[in-house]
Design a protein around this ligand. Structure first.
Ligand code: NAD
Ligand code: ZN
Length: 360
């Protein structure tokens, strides 16, 4: 089905690896279950940087970037029940196809049509940095945005909250348990908040930038470990009197941090990775620290959960003041054309940048 309004729109795109620019495209067509949405707020992501400048997902040409958005519904397909033009919606970064046998078999829907296929925006279709964007399975992937929640808070739900919280879910953080979060950019900061909300006792935040350290404390970190001050495994072991920690969440750092995470986890502990590992073919594991293969240290790695119920739960957390993700917003820009500047801020990542937001 062609969008009823038709026409041309502009968007900020990856022209090819390493090159971005503004392009014009036809407004997306929507099918019977889909929605056409216009952005109200957008945020650039570290993943956009990996995509454009590191070729993380391979070559793409003229693909509109961005996957973090809050929007207003412009048009819906004939089968969409719960959303109508004018509704304000939280748009998850991950928008799976929900009716597949993979989902029926209980596999995380992020992989419902194959590995990582739930990640559609700025990966296998155009992203959200445009005048309009397409949302598949609107009833399953959009969530209504209550008036009490700000656009800044809401745009942090799409990816930062959902991914950070998934770190704590995959680590299966227990009441009173000790947790280390490696990397405290916005994803790690939300993992710190999630660990605290799940009742962790001691929460080590591994990071260095003062602005992130301050936020980590506000979100519930009890201890700060600076990775620039020496080996983080030694620092954690010393701080825990060689007890190690129950859970580790990896939200930053090079491939070596996986081994460090395993080394700082107790036997029986869990390591949950939400970080993107962009180098090498093999991820190294320390044989002895992994109990020569028998240490009962569980390693999990996962993609941000998407979909409507997930976003509705993120909305509940913010609505009832369990967490305020907008504290991470360090830069506020106005107007669609500013997505270009916001991406540059993310690329340069000066010491004062945690998360920029563009209000349209
Ligand atoms: P970020 O770059 O803002 O934060 C990562 C932090 O890790 C940085 O502050 C960096 O200084 C720090 N760091 C670097 N080396 C370190 C080390 N050795 N030890 C500890 N910290 C170290 O990025 P972000 O936006 O918070 O995202 C974190 C990662 O998560 C990125 O790789 C991103 O692509 C990925 N990501 C994954 C998902 C998912 O679905 N799993 C979703 C969004 C982002
Ligand atoms: Zn993102």
């Amino acid at each position: 089905m062609k969008s009823a309004s038709g026409g041309i729109m502009k968007g900020f795109a990856m022209l090819r690896i390493g090159v971005t620019g503004w392009i014009e495209k036809d407004k997306p067509e929507i099918g019977p279950n889909d929605a056409l949405v216009k952005p109200l707020a957008l945020a650039p992501c570290t993943s956009d940087i990996h995509t454009v400048y590191e070729g993380a997902i391979g070559e793409r040409s003229d693909m509109i970037l961005g996957h973090e958005a809050v929007g207003q519904v412009v048009e819906v397909g004939s089968q969409v029940i719960d959303f109508k033009p004018g509704d304000r919606v939280v748009v998850p970064a991950i928008t799976p196809k929900w009716c597949t046998t993979v989902v029926q078999a209980g596999v995380p829907p992020q992989h419902s049509e194959g590995m990582l296929t739930g990640w559609k925006f700025s990966n296998i279709k155009d992203g959200v940095f445009a005048e309009f964007f397409h949302v598949n399975s609107a009833d399953m992937n959009l969530a209504h945005l209550p008036d009490e929640i700000s656009l800044e808070q809401a745009v942090m739900m799409s990816d930062m909250m959902s991914t950070g919280f998934h770190g704590a879910e995959m680590a299966d953080v227990q009441f009173g348990a000790s947790v280390a979060v490696i990397g405290i950019g916005p994803v790690g900061l939300m993992a710190v908040a999630a660990a605290a909300l799940r009742g962790a006792g001691r929460v080590f935040a591994v990071g260095s930038r003062p602005i992130c350290v301050k936020l980590a404390k506000e979100y519930g970190a009890t201890d700060i470990i600076n990775y620039r001050n020496g080996d983080i495994v030694e620092q954690i072991l010393e701080a825990t009197k060689h007890n190690a920690v129950d859970h580790v969440i990896i939200a930053g750092g090079p491939p070596e941090v996986l081994g460090q995470a395993v080394a700082m986890a107790k036997p029986g502990g869990t390591v949950a990775n939400i970080n993107y590992f962009g180098e090498g073919d093999i991820l190294p594991l320390p044989r002895l620290a992994w109990g020569v293969g028998m240490g009962h240290k569980t390693i999990r790695g996962g993609l941000c959960p998407g979909g409507r119920v997930r976003m509705e739960r993120m909305v509940e957390l913010v609505l009832h003041k369990r967490v305020d993700p907008a504290k991470m917003v360090t830069h506020r820009l106005q107007g669609l054309e500013k997505v270009e500047e916001s991406l540059q801020l993310m690329k340069d990542k000066h010491a004062d940048v945690v998360k920029p937001v563009v209000i349209i």
